[in-house]
Design a protein around this ligand. Structure first.
Ligand SMILES: N[C@@H](CCC(=O)N[C@@H](CS)C(=O)NCC(=O)O)C(=O)O
Length: 148
């Protein structure tokens, strides 16, 4: 059986979608939630943290970094990445839109007040991509099932 360890802080951030896929699939993984002190002690361990960043996913003796690469790998492994290239493109377009929205939200949270004016625009973008991508019959973005 494959042994998975997901390394991240004890927060949702860039790891939550990955955690949710493991839980949804009922697949065991080591949800290694590191404190800031623990992270600072381990950050320069180039084998587990090749980019000196988290999240990383250890898959037996291999290490994957970059949250979207990890998410896509886990989605493929656990059956959440569509049934064909077109479904994968739909999943990718939703994920990329979420990533754009996330970047804007970070600006709002950490930026000045001016950024808040963008909130309605951001939700319009989400509504539009959700409408374009959703399979109205099944409440999923793809015809198949739950996806990334
Ligand atoms: N593009 C990377 C960004 C990773 C990233 O920025 N990780 C942050 C946490 S969200 C981190 O490791 N911060 C701690 C540090 O740089 O010491 C990804 O998506 O995985």
């Amino acid at each position: 059986m494959v042994k998975y360890t997901l390394n991240y802080f004890d927060t949702a951030g860039r790891a939550e979608a990955i955690r949710l896929m493991f839980h949804a699939a009922g697949v065991d993984f080591n949800d290694n939630r590191m404190s800031r002190e623990e992270w600072l002690e381990n950050k320069t361990d180039g084998k587990r943290f090749p980019l000196h960043q988290m999240p990383t996913l250890e898959v037996d003796d291999n290490v994957i970094c970059q949250s979207s690469a990890i998410a896509r790998f886990v989605a493929r492994e656990l059956g959440f990445y569509g049934n064909n290239s077109l479904e994968q493109a739909v999943i990718d377009q939703v994920c990329e839109t979420f990533s754009d929205i996330g970047a804007e939200l970070i600006k709002i949270i950490f930026g000045g007040n001016d950024e808040e004016a963008k909130v309605p625009e951001i939700f319009l973008i989400f509504k539009s991509i959700a409408k374009r991508s959703a399979n109205s019959q099944k409440h999923f973005f793809t015809a198949c099932n739950l996806s990334t």
